[in-house]
Design a protein. Sequence first.
Length: 592
Amino acid sequence: MTAYRIQDVIGPDFGRPAVLYRAAGDAVEGPMPWAIRAGETFDFNSYFNAFFPESWHKHTQIGSLGVEVETTGPVRVSVDIVEGTQAPKPLLERVVDGRDVLWLDDVAREGRVVLRLTAEKDAQLADLGWVTDVAPVTTPTLSVGLCTFNREREFTVTLSALADLQAANPAVGHIWVANQGASFTDPTIADLATRPGITVIEQPNLGGCGGFTRTMAEATADDETATHHLLMDDDIVLDPRVVDRGLKFLSYVDGELALGGQMIDLDDPTTLREFGAKLDPTRYVQSIGENVALGTPEELALFHDAPRIDYNAWWFCVIPTASIRRLGLPTPIFIRGDDIEYGCLMSQGGVETISLPGVAVWHESFQHKTSDWLEYYNMRNRLFVATLYPELVWRPAAYYLLGYCMVFLFQHRYRTADMVLHAIEDVLAGADTALGEDGESRHMRLMKRVTRMPAYEELAPDDLPETRAGTTAPLDTSVPAMVWMSVSGFIGQHFQWLTRLWKKPLRFPYVPMPNNIGANDYIAPKTPSAEAYILYRSRVGSLWSIMLRAFWVCARYGLTPKSHFDTLARDLKDRRQRDRWNELFKLPRGRF
């Protein structure tokens, strides 16, 4: 029976935590061969090396499952099945000395299949992987689209890893780099850019959406293109072997399927932050798998029956180029939600998105991305997506938007609340106002607005005042709880000028939900590395002015007729046409 490799067993590399690759045994890094001492056990019941059959059976047509192994010296190979959080159950055990394929009988469609190797004598492991007896149904090829903005140090590492992968794997084709920041100065990038398979495009700052869209446009400009296009952020840490893993899976997929990778926390590199996401009526999007400890085998049960997702973020997302040609390009929404919008477009067009267990990148956690202006894009683009895809996304009611704004008011983030209201006002004004002439000019006007508002007090770590430890609890978003929080917080802030004379500010590891703050001043890190902190103070004048404006803007929103949003949807769809994008790509750099 012929064996076809569908997943390699890989060892720790690229500075990533060994526990994600091997549950037990010395953390031998890099490619095989690996030395195994007599009596030593390598346990591959781990995130990257367990085999999760559910995704394969649901989306591909593989046959029997087996293990291909090559050793020098006798090694006992044990194969187990893990169902739920139960202890592993043995499927097969055999001593191998040389090369062999161990076929498994009647493997369950859910759970995970795991390997354990024990050396009978000193030995070497030369090769190990999961195989099937069915040949691939297609030969996928991959172009890569990278969007970067002033992240040269991190980006150099990612581009170098991809260039090495491109040289080693002929299925990895052209790499398109959309640079929207300062011109590169790193000699490594300059050298890589001279290679025929890598193109660096310098264009104005059209946001992550504009950068990724440029690579999508280039990757589908003619018929001589790859079958799939991989989108990846510039601020990730990549184990490039997961690209090979994704290609092996796609070689068994018949039809158009988008394949995503998970996000692991860059600062807590064994903790999953997102498996994928679902659209949620009240929260807009709901991350799946948040805070799963990937180094704990029991928590890998999340992947036994992989949850359905509505979209995968573009830190790692493979999209069929046939889908891009058929559905068109994204709507030019600059940043924050471009992946959601295009995920909805694919869903509407019949293209399913899945997240494949064992394919992931490391990315900065969301909780540290609290810049005021980001909330403008979060709200504006949320309303855009709800307008474009009403059958998929609930357009929030006026009372919901009012409550959303109250959250920032009672976090003492008055500039953020202003940004939310400004986004709603722009959506009510129409696409020409909300999008502007182009994303870069619109963004510059937005940043000027932010700087005109009173700044928060920034503190160095050595200048922090005495504080009290803050505690965090989830926000109760029920109407009674939100009303009580708003009333009590509003009243309490009127006395904060007095109580701050004896009450120390609270201190949190990140900006907390308002139910944890009350009417207190508080301190939180400005960035993940905590090289600076922000002191958030209540200001009664700002509270009154923004609250009154919030009632007015949300009332206008609630009274806006459906015809306005129908017109907005038509205008947004027109903006994603390829000729409209080409006009944006031709804009000169350095205008601001």
